[in-house]
Design a protein around this ligand. Structure first.
Ligand code: OSB
Ligand code: MG
Length: 358
């Protein structure tokens, strides 16, 4: 599906998405999940094609015909190293199915709060010009979004953040580097301290917690870890080492709801605020993110925003909408609470594979 606007991070530009949706069926009821990896192995090691093979060759054959509980469905593939986004696409589908079979909303099934509105932020990619970036930020601030995240990389950082801050003196502003820096850049990153950023997200390597602890000690701006946190053990280690003061939770990156709940609980007990990250999801992944955001530790606006910012047409009905107050109303229906637009889905589908116990 083509994106309404291209999205550029420090690792590259995306114009359109190839996404895998997972449907799990039991007793005539369907649960849906989304694999959140990119089209290339640049954010992490996974990509659409690797996830397709993992699901087809490992997960679906193990799952077909099994009696499962959502809480432990992820353990079915526990022997598989990595590939958490492929595994997570299946795991979250099991949660949606279980909630639908129980006739309750997904947010309740995962133990979320009765929070009918979740606060939303937006993530704005690197643009062709600073003027263009400022124009985009103005659009989103005017739409009501409560926090603006801008992507940075060496060469698109201090001067750009300075201009954005000069233009918008009081907005909640943060920067995401997607691992574009090393400890050799500490002075450059320290220069960002003067712009009153809420946080700087994942400045250093995707697998480097200790250097983040060194950097955090040198910065007054809080560090938020994204790529580094793939499970609750790593979250606990990062907190213990002082590598971050905030954590971004992405369902796919940690392999689904069961582990996301554990990361949330570790952070909650340590007093570390969390927020829900995004991976340019279709409505299915977006709906799961809305449910996740009802947990009590999600006190900061996440990257969960309106369907129309990404898609000419979304695969769910209704689309995810954001109020002029910058909030999403949590749906009350069973499962993730939105309907699949199956006709549209069939029209954009490039591949379909079905595995059954027979
Ligand atoms: O680092 O949060 C990230 C998109 C693709 C890969 C990584 C990231 C992002 C985003 C977009 O920031 C969040 C969204 O709007 O879905
Ligand atoms: Mg990020």
């Amino acid at each position: 599906m083509p994106l309404v606007h291209f999205f550029e991070t420090s690792f590259g530009r995306t114009y359109s998405r190839d996404m895998i949706l997972v449907e799990v069926v039991s007793n005539g009821v369907s649960g849906w999940g989304e694999v959140t990896c990119g089209e290339h192995p640049f954010y992490n090691e996974e990509w659409t094609e690797s996830a397709w093979l993992l699901l087809k060759n490992y997960i679906a054959p193990k799952a077909a015909g099994k009696t499962l509980e959502a809480q432990t469905a992820g353990q079915l593939s526990a022997g598989i190293r990595g590939h958490k986004m492929a595994q997570g696409g299946f795991e979250v589908a099991c949660w949606d199915l279980q909630a639908r079979l129980n006739g309750v909303p997904l947010w309740r099934e995962i133990g979320g709060e009765t929070r009918f509105e979740i606060p939303c932020g937006v993530s704005i990619g690197i643009q062709d010009s600073v003027d263009q970036l400022i124009e985009k930020i103005r659009l989103e601030v005017d739409a009501g979004y409560r926090r603006i995240k801008m992507k940075i990389k060496p060469g698109w950082d201090i001067d750009v953040v300075a201009r954005v801050r000069a233009e918008f003196s009081s907005i909640l502003l943060m920067a995401d580097a997607n691992s574009a820096y090393t400890l050799a850049d500490v002075d450059r990153l320290k220069a960002l301290d003067e712009f009153n950023l809420m946080m700087i997200e994942q400045p250093l390597a995707h697998d480097e917690i200790i250097d983040h602890a060194t950097l955090q000690a040198a910065l007054s701006t809080p560090i938020c870890l994204d790529e580094c946190i793939r499970n609750s053990h790593q979250a606990a280690q990062a907190i213990r080492l002082g590598a971050c003061r905030i954590i971004n939770i992405k369902l796919g990156r940690v392999g689904g709801f069961a582990e996301a709940l554990r990361v949330h609980d570790v952070c909650f007990q340590a007093g570390i605020p969390v927020w829900c990250g995004g991976m340019l999801e279709s409505g299915v992944g977006r709906a799961h993110n809305v449910a996740l955001s009802t947990l009590p530790g999600f006190t900061l606006p996440g990257d969960v925003s309106a369907s129309k910012r990404y898609w000419k047409r979304d695969v769910i009905d209704p689309w995810v909408e954001v109020s002029s107050e910058g909030t999403i109303t949590v749906p009350g229906g069973p499962g993730f609470g939105y309907h699949l637009d199956l006709d549209f889905l069939a029209s954009v589908r490039a591949r379909l594979e079905t595995l059954s116990p027979q």
